[in-house]
Write a protein that binds this ligand. Structure first.
Ligand SMILES: NC(=O)c1ccc[n+]([C@@H]2O[C@H](COP(=O)([O-])OP(=O)(O)OC[C@H]3O[C@@H](n4cnc5c(N)ncnc54)[C@H](OP(=O)(O)O)[C@@H]3O)[C@@H](O)[C@H]2O)c1
Length: 327
């Protein structure tokens, strides 16, 4: 089969398309998917750069989500059939013609969605569900802030938080991204090129503080986030684009009884991911089927042009998801 191989960590030149590779074999509970499209995620960039430790049992090929046709099933598979089209969370290996994943990590392609659209759902929706709903416990009438609102993660966090009945705040770089976030339903977007989010959200309107912050920035955002939280507010960290060393004023933690937590999806167990998949099927898939939650595709590149897809993500001007097509 054909796949993107990392020959040397770092610059894009170190990764190449290679043909003649062995097609992976599904284990007892796995399915083999012929990939039609694969989502590009920021962790792929980190993996290519050698900055992301992949689990020891995962494929070294990049790619955490796909859509495609099940062409083979393992001997203990009961829920999925050969010939079915699915979207799936994969443990790695998505930038390839074929990939294996556990049958329970496959979800149906939502009604009316193309394979490219379906390919961009799983990594971000699993992550948002775990961190915003399960760890973050977001509830109706609460105030929620997600940084990076125009990212793949931000796009789904804004829409799902609105569905839960929260007031949604976000931060972005510029006007184009701000317009995009308002179109997704955000109540207030701060453009950090011209405004300081801490000053804006400290204002009278949100003086009781923010109940939940989903943060991918870290660095100097951390202290500002902690200061903005309400009594018993929650801060959930999923990345640290501005650095993982932060300053914490413990008195704020104590006085406001703040809850600090975070998580990373890839090393979680098969059983945990299967549980999240069932919860998504029950709660979020109906919203996708009825188009109450939508995916916005920024751009689609053929697999052979994966370098252009990575450049597009690293330039940081995209809205929503970037996809690789294998059709
Ligand atoms: N913990 C987990 O399980 C998990 C799983 C998946 C993804 N993630 C993380 O979630 C984040 C979003 O992922 P994604 O795939 O949706 O990526 P993405 O679309 O590239 O989003 C990254 C966002 O970060 C913002 N940003 C702010 N400061 C930045 C900086 N210094 N450098 C780069 N971007 C900056 C960008 O928006 P502006 O241009 O508006 O600043 C951009 O929208 C990534 O950091 C990723 O590693 C975590």
């Amino acid at each position: 089969m054909k796949a993107v191989i990392i020959n040397k960590f770092g610059a894009l030149e170190g990764s190449i398309i290679k043909t003649g590779l062995d097609i992976p074999r599904p284990a007892r509970n796995d399915v083999l998917i012929k990939v039609k499209a694969a989502g590009v995620n920021r962790p792929d960039i980190l993996q290519r750069q050698g900055l992301y430790k992949i689990p020891s049992d995962a494929s070294p090929i990049m790619g955490l989500e796909v859509a495609g046709e099940i062409v083979k099933v393992g001997m203990d598979v009961t829920k999925r059939k050969q010939g079915e089209y699915v979207c799936a969370l994969v443990p790695g290996g998505g930038y390839a013609e074929y990939v294996v994943t556990n049958e329970s990590h496959c979800l149906p392609v939502p009604e009316g969605l193309s394979m490219e659209e379906a390919a961009g759902l799983c990594e971000c929706l699993f992550t948002v569900w775990i961190n915003m709903v399960k760890l973050g416990q977001l509830k109706e009438n609460e105030t929620f802030l997600v940084h990076g609102g125009s990212s793949g993660i931000g796009m789904f966090a804004i829409q799902l938080a609105k569905q839960l009945g929260a007031t949604v705040l976000t931060t972005v770089k510029n006007q184009k991204k701000s317009d995009f976030c308002y179109s997704l339903g955000a109540d207030k977007v701060v453009k950090y090129d011209t405004e300081d989010f801490h000053n804006v959200f400290k204002s009278k309107k949100w003086k009781l503080g923010i109940d939940l912050i989903l943060d991918m920035i870290g660095g100097d955002y951390f202290e500002k986030n902690v200061d903005l939280l309400s009594d018993e507010g929650r801060l959930v960290s999923i990345a640290f684009l501005k650095g993982n060393s932060v300053n914490l004023d413990l008195s704020k933690l104590m006085l406001k009884r703040i809850n600090l937590t975070g998580s990373t999806l890839r090393p979680r167990t098969v059983a945990f991911k299967s549980k999240i998949a069932s919860e998504l099927l029950e709660t979020v898939w109906p919203l996708l089927n009825s188009q109450k939650v939508r995916i916005h595709i920024d751009s689609v590149f053929p697999l052979e042009k994966f370098k252009d897809a990575h450049i597009q993500m690293e330039n940081g001007n995209h809205l929503g998801k970037i996809i690789l097509s294998l059709d």
